[in-house]
Design a protein around this ligand. Structure first.
Ligand code: F6P
Length: 540
């Protein structure tokens, strides 16, 4: 069954939230902390190795109560059952959304069109394991009988960002295989990567759900041609494998059927790292680590499905996000991990979040009259403190931020880690409390300079403190955001699992591409026509 279509702003709870907002919008969080010594405890969720403190938010217990009422009016619980139950909730593409099944235990049944999908999932998992084990331990070799040293993932969007982020984030757990990711159709990207590779010891994994994506097919063709300058056509099978739903197109490209890792249309591209799209994860980190990632995600799935809303991490984070987006009119959200390993995390989340909820048509097909998907950005702390934190502290915009930190570092350098975590804690404290005029004056600041040194504070943050960065904890963290996205989509009444917004640019690009070598340029606006001519005159 499809998801309900309910305009959230027409609900009773929304009106109550709007009234409640008027009463607390000017309130200071630091006053609430003084008034209620239990505030931090009351707004902290401790779950497994996660400590999620959301007390530094501009909410009271009434705010959460009203969001629970909203969830009830919008049938959130029923939506969650439909999501996990394989209902066709990606209605505009006529598909189920079952990436959660990829991380379910084998003995759980997930029925789709009358058949259990789990045996097929576990068959592919076994293929991933056998293949990655053989590449890692060197039993599968290249065409000159040398073991592999490098793995190149060729894909874009969900066929690149998820695996690239996971492999980078968990590089501590990596083996001897050097991972590379080619995504951009910019030929300089692929050439920069090829320049250091040895065709005799490099494995290429072409990842494309549709196997029609221009960037991926162009890069794969360039790489295959480069390979054929060294090896022969019959060597291709040893060096090229593919992950796709489109077997016919993969075979037409010249990849052997036995080298195709299947995936399914009920796995959305941006949620596909748990499928064979994660083959490069299994290769670079080993199958056991890939499996731990999946197990972590499954634990978060269970938490999300079973936990009551007030202590349900993804649900609470989604409520908070809607609160700032729709009531405080915040436009963006920052993701600030206090670990260099999560360097690519915000980039990964940009696709997951913005491709999912960047929609303006509701589930009835009508234009929404309220804000939906927020802008996502971020960089690791402490680097970002020396870059854009000025604006978060003293700019005019309200930017709610997720601070993600780990109590133990991976290399165990306590001196560095203490410094890192002191910054992690200090920043959310500074954003909460700010610095008053009196405090600035008491430091002996000249009167004329005082206004510039005042920090208003009252800036909201979530602190997501996790014991250690492991494959399992990363799996939980990614799944946490996936479910937050789902809840936001339910509240905003949009279809979170299609991405028609990326199509128009693709269509126009293929039209323009054909015009570069033709004499006529037609049907463009004057600006585009001029730019096109300018390029034609300068391209060689
Ligand atoms: O950007 C649009 C998109 O369809 C993404 O959703 C997807 O992850 C990406 O392109 C790549 O698609 P494919 O895996 O089919 O090459």
């Amino acid at each position: 069954m499809a998801l309900n279509s309910i305009n959230p702003t027409q609900t009773k709870a929304w009106s109550k939230l709007a009234a409640h907002f008027e009463t607390i919008k000017e309130s200071q969080m630091k006053t609430w902390f003084k008034e209620n010594p239990n505030r931090a405890e009351e707004f902290t969720i401790k779950w497994e190795d996660f400590y999620v403190d959301f007390s530094k938010n501009r909410i009271t217990s009434e705010t959460l109560e009203l969001f629970k009422e909203l969830a009830q009016e919008l049938n959130l619980q029923d939506a969650i059952s439909k999501y996990f139950g394989g209902d066709v909730i990606n209605q505009t593409e006529g598909r189920s959304v079952l990436h959660t099944a990829l991380r379910s235990p084998a003995d759980v049944e997930v029925i789709l069109d009358g058949a259990n999908v789990m045996p097929e999932i576990y068959k592919v998992k076994a293929l991933i394991k056998t293949f990655s084990d053989a590449i890692i331990n060197g039993t599968k070799k290249g065409y000159t009988n040398k073991p592999f040293t490098d793995v190149v993932n060729i894909g874009i969007g969900g066929s690149d960002l998820g695996p690239a982020m996971v492999v980078d984030s968990l590089s501590f757990y990596g083996n001897h295989l050097r991972p590379h990711y080619v995504s951009n159709v910019d030929g300089d990207h692929v050439n920069e990567i090829l320049k250091f590779l040895d065709p005799e010891t490099t494995l290429f994994v072409i990842v494309s759900k549709t196997f029609t994506t221009q960037e991926t097919l162009s890069n794969a063709t360039t790489i295959k041609n480069w390979f054929l300058k060294h090896g022969t056509q019959s060597d291709v099978a040893k060096h090229f494998v593919a992950v796709s739903t489109n077997t016919a197109k993969v075979e037409a490209f010249g990849i052997e059927t036995s080298n195709i890792f299947p995936m399914w249309d009920w796995v959305g591209g941006r949620f596909s790292l748990w499928s064979a799209v994660g083959l490069s994860i299994s290769l670079a980190l080993g199958y056991e680590n890939f499996d731990s990632l999946l197990k972590g995600a499954h634990k978060m799935d269970t938490h999300f499905k079973e936990e009551k809303f007030e202590t349900n991490i993804p649900v609470v984070l989604a409520f908070l996000s809607v609160w700032y987006n729709n009531f405080f009119k915040a436009e963006s959200e920052a993701i600030i991990p206090y670990t260099q390993y999560l360097n690519q995390f915000a980039t990964y989340l940009q696709q997951a979040i913005m491709e999912s909820n960047g929609k303006s048509i509701d589930r009835s097909g009508d234009k929404v009259a309220y804000q939906t998907g927020n802008l996502i950005w971020g960089e690791p702390g402490t680097n970002s403190q020396h870059a854009f934190f000025q604006l978060i502290h003293q700019g005019t915009k309200l930017i709610p931020a997720d601070f993600i930190g780990f109590t133990k570092s991976l290399h165990g350098n306590l001196d560095h880690h203490d410094k890192l975590i002191s910054n992690f804690l200090a920043q959310t404290e500074a954003l909460l409390n700010g610095k008053s005029k009196a405090e600035v004056l008491s430091e002996g600041t000249k009167a004329a300079i005082v206004p510039f040194k005042v920090f208003e504070g009252n800036k909201p943050t979530n602190t997501i403190f996790i014991k250690q960065l492991t494959p399992e904890s990363l799996g939980k963290l990614i799944a946490m955001y996936e479910h937050k996205i789902f809840v936001q989509g339910v509240v905003w009444n949009v279809f979170s699992y299609d991405q028609f917004g990326v199509e128009l640019g693709k269509q126009l690009a293929s039209k323009i591409l054909n015009e570069f070598d033709s004499n006529t340029i037609v049907n463009h606006d004057a600006s585009t026509s001029n730019l096109l001519s300018y390029y034609k005159n300068h391209r060689v």
